[in-house]
Design a protein around this ligand. Structure first.
Ligand SMILES: [Zn+2]
Length: 122
């Protein structure tokens, strides 16, 4: 590990900002969802129960996706300050800026991500 990587490198400053604002937004959204899921839980007839349950399922699905994303964003912020950001976890190659712009929290370069997806589909 190089010595000059103790703080977020200047070239990744835009991604630090992107990740921080995504982080805040997710925390906001997760707060809202938690409330929505808790507040809407008052079904007392069968039709209401069915539709409420569907809405709850949707809300919980979104909640779980947001929580997963939050973990990824937090991990990316951690890597940013550890000086490990923008490096593929598998092949240790630099992840191209274009991919980081599309997915600032990604851990893998496109090649490794595609390889992993191909493996998990088998
Ligand atoms: Zn890779």
């Amino acid at each position: 590990m190089a010595v000059a990587t103790k703080r977020a490198p200047q070239k990744y400053a835009p991604f630090a900002r992107l990740l921080s604002s995504e982080h805040e937004e997710l925390l906001d959204r997760l707060g809202d969802h938690r409330e929505a899921v808790l507040v809407e839980r008052v079904p007392d007839d069968t039709v209401g129960l069915a539709s409420r349950t569907l809405l709850e399922d949707l809300a919980i699905g979104t909640l779980q996706r947001d929580q997963q994303l939050l973990r990824e964003v937090e991990a990316a912020l951690g890597r940013l300050y550890a000086g490990d950001y923008g490096v593929c976890e598998r092949c240790r190659e630099d992840i191209p800026g274009r991919r980081l712009k599309a997915l600032p929290w990604t851990r893998l370069c496109l090649r490794c991500a595609e390889r992993r997806q191909a493996l998990s589909l088998n």
